[in-house]
Design a protein around this ligand. Structure first.
Ligand code: NDP
Ligand code: 2IT
Length: 448
């Protein structure tokens, strides 16, 4: 593990001691702190104001009971979370995740990452994350609706277009946002569109928000390729996951001339050397909420591998787009061995620290989620803009805005890495550029 700057060691120790057992949160904090040595050297004013210690402590953490009744009349119980991490740059902003693995440590790692990601977009949004250990898999429409309504009956009091604006994440898409926004509207008696993003197009949503994280990820990688004098044309790409981010990453890669040959879900992965048939993936995952395994029963050119590691499939570019720590050291070794040149994180923190180290030592170009997948939340901020002005932009205009934002995040990462003595290092560039904007705002706002 790289050493921390002597001023940052006690900060990290404090985070470990005050947040016991929250391993994913520790991992996310450590990764940012490892990049900040040159900043600490050049900017003593941040340490004087305890900016980094304050950044590591959420402004507010909400934990609540979510009781609901299943279809058989039995009472079910889940736990709800919202961690409002930092509001120096704007209202708290970040998604909600419904997955059985959700606990405070996951929500805090995601909320912490969100601060720097949102800062990198250059838009006026603070950082937050929330969710529940509710598992939507196998639940009926009515059960999902009752759960969302119960979740909102508690969370609504903390939300508002100037306070805290949730969106989707794993297990939360347009359907869940609809049920939550409906309940919020009913409780508050206000049609306050800007309180949620990821809404449907007929009730205040923005065009391109559904596609934004996946498209933005690919725009970012396209900039990485361009910086190296290359393009997607003819590249073999693997994309893990087959949810919102993965599906629209695959769509854009195919539009730009690349060929996605593998994708996955938690049951395993499929390989289709002819190129993944995205309309079939959408039909299985979006229309039927089915399993990726079904793909290989329809397409004879494809094979399904239960369990296993998608990173064993030879590729030029790999985009982890499913979940945290899904790309480990053996996965990185397999990628390196097959000649993969670029790894960019569509998901949040999908690459373990050991895997990142191995990739970089092998000269693979690596870009972190807080830069790569920022297109989702950036387009959420564009949705908030449209809601505030009661406007609705065209697909082309919104996609163009997203492309410009991704290109400027890419360039800012490289410029910042250059300026702080680590040329070409997207991790350092993203962490430092994200940090400085929020740190300067915190300095300006005083000790609050
Ligand atoms: P979805 O719920 O739409 O899809 C998640 C995908 O990842 C599914 O294929 C799912 O498989 C797989 N997956 C989830 N958890 C696990 C797990 N523990 N092990 C293996 N596979 C898993 O979520 P999104 O596509 O929205 O999110 C994917 C990632 O992108 C997350 O890290 C999220 O935080 C991040 N992200 C999302 C943004 C957004 O706008 N939606 C924005 C920025 C980042 P299965 O169906 O089998 O569970
Ligand atoms: O991780 C993320 O950036 C998201 N899940 C999207 C957050 C948002 O508010 O659009």
């Amino acid at each position: 593990m790289p050493l921390l700057h002597e001023q940052l060691t006690p900060v990290f120790d404090e985070v470990m001691n005050r947040n016991p057992g929250e391993t994913e949160f520790h991992q996310a904090v450590r990764e940012v702190l490892e990049s900040l040595s040159p900043v600490v050297e050049q900017h003593p004013e941040y340490a004087d104001a305890e900016i980094i210690r304050r950044l590591c402590e959420p402004e507010r953490q909400i934990i609540f009971r979510v009781p609901w009744t299943d279809d058989s009349g039995r009472v079910q119980l889940n736990r709800g979370f919202r961690v409002e991490f930092n509001s120096a740059l704007g209202p708290y902003k970040g998604g909600l995740r419904f997955h059985p693995s959700v606990y405070l440590g996951i929500v805090k790692f995601l909320g912490f990452e969100q601060i720097f990601k949102n800062s990198l977009t250059g838009l006026p949004i603070g950082g937050a994350k929330g969710g529940s250990d509710f598992d939507p898999k196998g639940r009926s429409e009515a059960e999902v609706m009752r759960f969302c309504q119960s979740f909102m009956l508690e969370l609504y009091r903390h939300l508002g277009e100037y306070t805290d604006v949730p969106a989707g994440d794993i297990g939360v898409g347009g359907r869940e946002i609809g049920y939550m926004f409906g309940q919020y509207k009913r409780i508050t008696n206000r049609y306050e569109s800007g309180t949620f993003t990821g809404k449907g197009l007929t009730w205040g949503g923005s065009r391109v928000r559904t596609e934004a994280t996946g498209y933005g990820t690919v725009f970012f990688v396209d900039e990485m390729l361009r910086a190296a004098g290359d393009s997607f044309e003819g590249k073999r790409v693997i994309v893990s996951g087959s949810g919102n981010v993965a599906i629209y990453a695959i769509e854009k890669i195919h539009q730009l001339g690349g060929r996605v040959i593998a994708c996955s879900d938690s049951g395993g992965y499929i390989v289709d050397e002819d190129g993944v048939d995205l309309s079939l993936v959408k039909e299985i995952k979006n229309d039927r909420r089915g399993r990726i395994e079904e793909y290989a029963t329809v397409r004879t050119s494809a094979r399904f591998v239960a369990g296993g590691s998608i990173w064993d499939v030879p590729s030029d570019i790999a985009l982890p787009c499913a979940t945290q720590n899904e790309l480990d050291e053996p996965g990185a070794t397999a990628l390196i061995r097959s000649g993969c040149r670029i790894v960019a994180e569509g998901a949040n923190m999908p690459t373990t620290p050991g895997a990142i180290r191995a990739l970089r030592e092998a000269g693979v170009s690596f870009a972190p989620g807080k830069a790569v997948n920022a297109g989702g939340v950036a387009t959420s901020a564009l949705e908030m803009q449209q809601n505030a002005s009661r406007d609705s932009w065209t697909f082309e205009h919104t996609e163009e805005r997203l492309a410009v934002i991704m290109s400027s995040i890419h360039d800012r990462c490289l410029e910042t890495a250059d300026r702080y003595g680590t040329p070409g290092d997207y991790v350092a560039g993203a962490n430092i550029a994200g940090f400085i904007r929020v740190a300067d705002a915190m300095l300006a706002l005083g000790v609050i």
